[in-house]
Structure formats: structure tokens, C-alpha cells
Design a protein around this ligand. Structure first.
Ligand SMILES: Nc1ncnc2c1ncn2[C@@H]1O[C@H](COP(=O)(O)OP(=O)(O)OP(=O)(O)O)[C@@H](O)[C@H]1O
Ligand SMILES: [Mg+2]
Length: 151
């Protein structure tokens, strides 16, 4: 299974890693971002959204309360945070099933709380804390694109 790893020393480096990751992401499907509170999931999403040409990184805020943020062009992106969701039935009121079927890239924080609802072919990104501000970012999934051309 394709897997890529980056080690970053600050938030800007994580956004730069996101720009490299963006070249290996399909433009539709579900990406589950896993990591502790403050690991840098939203920071990585901001970098992805910017690298995809959808919005400046500074315009990306955490969907902690609204749960879903949607970005339109040129790639349809959903940024979802299930941290505050407790009940499985709320998954359905959110309309996640329709979102998963959409022609869109779905970037999901805290999706592991509801693993059995997550598509089996999702890409998983884990962000682990190192010492201080260091983070180790690993992206794994059969749907990651393998780029053989020079970058
Ligand atoms: N190497 C790094 N990569 C990413 N963020 C870093 C790094 N070093 C420090 N930070 C800081 O860590 C914080 C990460 O916050 P962020 O909101 O991205 O985390 P999160 O994983 O989305 O948290 P939550 O689970 O609360 O949504 C930011 O304040 C960011 O500036
Ligand atoms: Mg977050």
C-alpha cells in the first residue's frame, strides 16, 4: 500500500508537507486525519486547501462547532470535524452518507470515533507529536497516487 511520511518542525512546514501530499491525493474520496488534540490536523487541511487552489490557508478555520465546512472550486472539498459528535444517529442528520457519495474530497478530523461509518477505501493520515513542535505525518492508502515524474 502506498505510504508517505514527513517530519515537520513547525506549522509552516506542515503546510508545505500538505502541498506535497496534495500532489498524491485523488480529487475525490475520504481522507481520515488522526492525531491528538492540537496535533496539526486543521493545519494540514489548511495547507491542502491552499495547495489545491481552493482557498488561502488563512481562510481555513476549524469546523469544531459547525462540524462541516465546504469549499467549492476548482476542487469540491469538505472539511469535517466529528470531535463534538457523540451519537451515531447524528451521523445521519449530518448527511455524511451523501457527502461520501459526492464527487468531492472529504477531509475528516476525528472520523475514527465512528470508524464503522468510514469508507473502507479511505486514505488515513496520522500526525504524531515528536519532541517540542516536531510532528511526524504519515499518509497511507491504496488510493494515494504514485508519482514517478520529477516534481
Ligand atoms: N509541526 C507542526 N505542525 C502543525 N502544527 C504545529 C506544529 N508545531 C506547532 N504547531 C501548532 O500546533 C497547533 C495545531 O493546531 P490544529 O488546530 O491544526 O490541531 P488539530 O489537530 O486540528 O486539533 P483539534 O483536534 O483540536 O482539531 C497550531 O497552533 C500550530 O501552530
Ligand atoms: Mg482540528
Amino acid at each position: 500500500m502506498p505510504s508517505y511520511t514527513w517530519t515537520t518542525a513547525n506549522a509552516a512546514e506542515t503546510r508545505a508537507a500538505a502541498a506535497e501530499l496534495a500532489r498524491r491525493l485523488p480529487r475525490r474520496g475520504v481522507v481520515q486525519l488522526t492525531g491528538n488534540l492540537g496535533a496539526g490536523k486543521t493545519t494540514l487541511v489548511a495547507g491542502l486547501v491552499e495547495a489545491l487552489g481552493v482557498a488561502p490557508a488563512a481562510a481555513v478555520t476549524s469546523p469544531t462547532f459547525s462540524l462541516i465546512h465546504e469549499y467549492g472550486e476548482p476542487v469540491r472539498v469538505y472539511h469535517i470535524d466529528l470531535y463534538r459528535l457523540d451519537e451515531e444517529r447524528e451521523i445521519f442528520t449530518l448527511g455524511l452518507e451523501e457527502i461520501f457519495e459526492a464527487n468531492a474530497l472529504v477531509l475528516m478530523e476525528w472520523g475514527e470515533k465512528f470508524s464503522r461509518f468510514m469508507p473502507g477505501d479511505r486514505i488515513v493520515i496520522t500526525i504524531e507529536h515528536g519532541s517540542g513542535d516536531e510532528r511526524r505525518i504519515t499518509a497511507t492508502g491504496d488510493r494515494l497516487l504514485i508519482r514517478t515524474s520529477p516534481e
